[in-house]
Unconditional design. Sequence first.
Length: 134
Amino acid sequence: TTGRGVVQDMCARSAHQYTEGLQKRDHRLFPFYNQMDPLNICLEWAAERKNLWGSSMRVRTDDSYAQMETQDCAVLRTALEMGRERKDFCGLCQHWHTTAMKDLGLKLDIELTDKGCQYKLYTGNPPPPPPQSR
């Protein structure tokens, strides 16, 4: 197994442990989780990233999804300053969150932005993609 494969395995194990805590609803560890819904999950992630790392965050909601936007990711900024490649660094974060949400049966779409990312967490089935113009 390559070094990246080992790290991905560790991320997956960590994500499974995280979702076990969510499913037990341990409010000492997860204060925003009154319910297992996308908005509360996005609020928890945003608070964690803001309070632990100093990232600039925004959370929005719609009828079908909740969206967390990292407007300025302090962890990404630090990694880039250390010479790390974004695709490797962000890929691990994406893998962790995708694994955790799959464990909870939720659909997660991730889009990278210039200084961070956007996570859309759907309450049900995501809407179909818009038709492509010809």
